[in-house]
Structures are given as structure tokens and as C-alpha cells.
Design a protein around this ligand. Structure first.
Ligand SMILES: C[S@@+](CC[C@H](N)C(=O)[O-])C[C@H]1O[C@@H](n2cnc3c(N)ncnc32)[C@H](O)[C@@H]1O
Length: 212
């Protein structure tokens, strides 16, 4: 069966949204989410930012009759802070002087007509994971890219992936010349655990399936 693909309208909304994911990886994310959604369980993302990848998960959730849950404190990762490479001054809240991507995210989802298919959780990923009891069909890790944060995302969320469900990790760069190594180390941990097998590689996006 051919991989599921977003409609031109959803792809256009994804491409118009602020964010970091290239279209090729977005298509792979969409296809993986559509595969995992067959389990009928929620799809979860760590790292909402302004909703670019969330659009894809929300559209899959809509079609499958499940929900996309997206977790972010909306204060930005290290590399998005003022003075760093990925800083965007338009997402700073002028009143408190710190980043706040939540308003942009909400506008993104509204414009894409996907608000009803997303539960947005504002908080730190490990704290949310600690109070999240249920199983998930899909976990997409695209939050903080330090060892501390990526490692905590893995430890908090990977155990909640149901058998047959998918764990997807973004920004996996085996060669340090291409990018930071924390997501790569998380990816290696997942494989070395024996709990997951790799099912696809698209640039820096790795899709793993929980055995069993
Ligand atoms: C790379 S961006 C996500 C990009 C997004 N998936 C996209 O497609 O555009 C990473 C996001 O993770 C969030 N983040 C970083 N560490 C976090 C943590 N410990 N808990 C919750 N959110 C976190 C940041 O606020 C930031 O918005």
C-alpha cells in the first residue's frame, strides 16, 4: 500500500507555518503517523514550537478519529534564545521579555482548521510525562536538543509507546559535523534497548517500531 500523504491544502499549511522541519521529513512524519494511528491511540509530540509538525499529526488524527497531543513550555529551546542561531524576535512576548510561541501556534492551528484535533499541553516534557498514564500509538521527539532534555524526553515518553506503536526522533545526525549529537544518542539508546526496531530513515528523521 502506498504511504499516506497530506492533501495539497495540509501541505501548504505546513509549509506556511513557522518551524524547522523540511517538507521531505514532514512527508515521512505524516506517513509514520498514519501508520501508527491504526492502533487508535493518541499521537504525541514533544516540541510544538509554532505548530508546523503539529499540523501533520493533527490531520492524521482527524482522519483516524484519534487526537494529537503536543507538549511544549513555549519558552523555546537553548538554540532559539536571543543571540543564538535559531532565534526569532517576532515570537518574544514584549511584556515579559521572553519567548512565547503559544499565540503563534494557536493561530497556525486555527488557520489550518485543526484546532478540534489537538490537545496542547503547556509544560515541561518530563513533568507532563510523569502525569501521563496512558499508552500512545506514536511519540515524536523534537524538543530540547541537549543530552539533558532529549534524554529526559526518551526516558519519559518511550515507555508509553504501545507494542506496535512508533517512536520517531528528529535531528538525528550520526556525523557531528551535521549537528548536535543528543538526538543521535537517544536514537542509539532506543535501538540498544532491544525494545525498538528501525523501520525508516529520511534525512535526520528516524522511525522506530516497538516490538511485541
Ligand atoms: C525544534 S523546536 C520544535 C519544532 C517543531 N516540531 C516544528 O516542526 O517546527 C523545539 C521546541 O521544544 C520546546 N522544548 C524544549 N525543551 C522542552 C522541554 N523540556 N519541555 C517542553 N518543551 C520543550 C521548545 O520550547 C521548542 O518550542
Amino acid at each position: 500500500m502506498p504511504a499516506a500523504e497530506p492533501t495539497p491544502e495540509i501541505l501548504a499549511a505546513f509549509e506556511a507555518a513557522k518551524g524547522f522541519m523540511p517538507a521531505k521529513e514532514g512527508l515521512a512524519l505524516y506517513a509514520a503517523a498514519a501508520d501508527a494511528a491504526k492502533l487508535g491511540l493518541p499521537l504525541l509530540e514533544v516540541g510544538t514550537y509554532c505548530g508546523r509538525s503539529t499540523i501533520l499529526l493533527a490531520d492524521v488524527a482527524r482522519a483516524a478519529g484519534t487526537v494529537a497531543v503536543t507538549v511544549d513550555h513555549h519558552r523555546g529551546s537553548e538554540e532559539q534564545q536571543p543571540g543564538w542561531e535559531y532565534h526569532d524576535p517576532t515570537v518574544v512576548d514584549p511584556e515579559v521579555g521572553v519567548m512565547d510561541t503559544l499565540p503563534t501556534f494557536r493561530r497556525t492551528l486555527r488557520k489550518a482548521g485543526l484546532e478540534d484535533h489537538v490537545v496542547a499541553v503547556v509544560g515541561r516534557s518530563p513533568q507532563v510525562a510523569a502525569v501521563w498514564a496512558g499508552q500512545l500509538g506514536f511519540v515524536f521527539i523534537d524538543g530540547g536538543h541537549t543530552d539533558e532534555h532529549a534524554g529526559a524526553d526518551y526516558e519519559g515518553w518511550a515507555p508509553k509507546v504501545a507494542p506496535g506503536g512508533l517512536l520517531v526522533i528528529h535531528d538525528v545526525f550520526p556525523d557531528p559535523a551535521d549537528g548536535g549529537q543528543a538526538p543521535y544518542r537517544v536514537y542509539l539508546r532506543a535501538l540498544e534497548s532491544g525494545d525498538f526496531e528501525e523501520i525508516s530513515v529520511t534525512d535526520s528523521l528516524r522511525v522506530l517500531r516497538r516490538r511485541g
